[in-house]
Write a protein that binds this ligand. Structure first.
Ligand SMILES: [Zn+2]
Length: 420
């Protein structure tokens, strides 16, 4: 999560977002976010207490759908892979299409105690911040939009599978099936953060398998899975990658073997590769593949293994795929969000990169960012996670103001252009 120097804010965009504050309906919607903060916090707790491990989001999804309906969205359904998808049509059939998405899943396995414990303004529970704060903000934004006619169409989406092996599958699916002009992901709580880029990652499990054998008795007759992995690992360690766009790699886990006196039959490692640029990511991945293929040949050749039954085999299993991308500084979504932030008195403290549901649209060239839900989350992804309910309404206010400016309203042209 790097932060780059902050480029200038477009004055015209800022003035147009500012004009929205003079619209009494918009001002009332912003006030509503503050007035409803206490009930929104209760909603955050109630949602948190419905377990939603990645791939097991359906109970929580049904609850989100029910609440969206109750808040006045008529067209809402669960899509093919489990996303909650609500459509709020705009008044202009040619208006832009904007989606606001918050992920519903948590990193915690089924059976984790998700009961929320309160101490003053602090709430403890796995997932209370990530991403129940985001879901609270999303539902608040749905209520803020009640009674406001937008020119563009707005989609409210509860996504599945953002975390870990979910690989942002909900956002990928939604973005692949809708022709969007803009996308706002809601994740994290720090309203000072606006993401300008999406870190892509490719992750692979590389496994070597062979017959194995006695360390003394079979020596010279069979290859070693661990030795092959070591040959590959040493070469990976010497890889050179660009600093800009930031591209990284690591062998995150390394395991195998049976005992000290056995030539290993099996060895495997998990490789993580990341970049802000998809082309660099693919280049690095090709290099890593070449290294493992070479290591396989080398280990078989060292012992002169020609018998197919005795040769080592290499299996490459994909375990992660998140596409990368960067938005230009004049991106309408970034400029509008930054204007809204400034108008709400929030300082831009982090203008960087991360990996969120916004990766999917950003990698497709769709103007997109990730905005935060407000409040403060800590110890995220641990069972000690907690959330401080401090000015939590700022998240929904920021998301709402950004979204209404992008979609346009009566007397206000959309800031989000229609894509060709
Ligand atoms: Zn998370």
């Amino acid at each position: 999560m790097a932060t780059t120097p902050i480029p200038p804010l477009n004055e015209k965009t800022f003035e147009r977002v500012k004009a929205l504050l003079g619209n009494p309906k918009i001002a009332a919607a912003l006030a509503l976010a503050k007035d409803e903060a206490a009930s929104a916090m209760r909603e955050q707790i109630e949602i948190c207490e419905i377990p939603a491990p990645t791939f097991e989001e359906s109970t929580r999804a049904a609850e989100i759908l029910k609440r969206m309906k109750a808040y006045g969205v008529d067209s809402v359904e669960i899509d093919e892979i489990g996303n909650v998808v609500a459509r709020r049509p705009g008044t202009d059939p040619d208006g832009p299409e904007l989606a606001i998405g918050a992920h519903m899943d948590t990193v915690f396995p089924a059976g984790t105690d998700v009961t929320v414990r309160r101490e003053g303004n602090r709430y403890f529970a796995p997932g209370i911040g990530d991403n129940c704060a985001g879901l609270r903000a999303l539902l608040q934004v749905v209520r803020c939009f009640r009674g406001i006619k937008t020119k563009g169409t707005i989609w409210f989406v509860g996504t599945v599978g953002e975390e870990g092996n979910g690989d942002i599958r909900g956002s990928k699916f939604f973005n692949a099936h809708h022709k969007l002009d803009g996308f706002l992901a809601v994740d994290n709580t720090d309203v000072g953060r606006i993401l300008r880029g999406a870190v892509g990652s490719h992750r692979w499990r590389m496994s070597f398998d062979g017959p194995g054998g006695h360390s003394h008795g079979a020596f010279g007759q069979v290859p070693s899975a661990i030795h092959a992995l070591c040959i590959a690992g040493a070469k990976v360690a010497h890889l050179k990658v660009p600093k800009d766009p930031k591209t990284t790699f690591t062998i995150g886990t390394f395991k195998g073997g049976t005992s000290v006196n056995t030539i290993a039959a099996h060895a495997e490692c998990d490789v993580d590769m990341r970049s802000l640029d998809n082309a660099e990511l693919l280049k690095l991945e090709a290099e890593v593949f070449r290294i493992f293929d070479e290591a396989l040949e080398e280990e078989n050749a060292i012992w002169g293994i020609t018998d197919e039954a005795k040769k080592l085999r290499l299996t490459k299993t994909p375990i992660g795929d998140r596409p990368a991308g960067m938005r230009p500084d004049d991106c309408p979504v970034l400029q509008t969000a930054r204007s809204a932030q400034k108008l709400l008195g929030i300082a831009l403290t982090d203008y960087g990169y991360s990996s969120t549901d916004a990766n999917a649209p950003v990698s497709r060239g769709v103007p997109a960012t990730c905005l935060s839900a407000g409040g403060v989350q800590k110890l995220t992804h641990t069972v000690k996670e907690y959330f401080d309910d401090v000015e939590s309404f700022l998240g929904p206010q920021l998301i709402f103001l950004t979204a209404v400016a992008l979609a346009g309203a009566e007397g206000h042209e959309p800031l989000l252009p229609k894509r060709g």
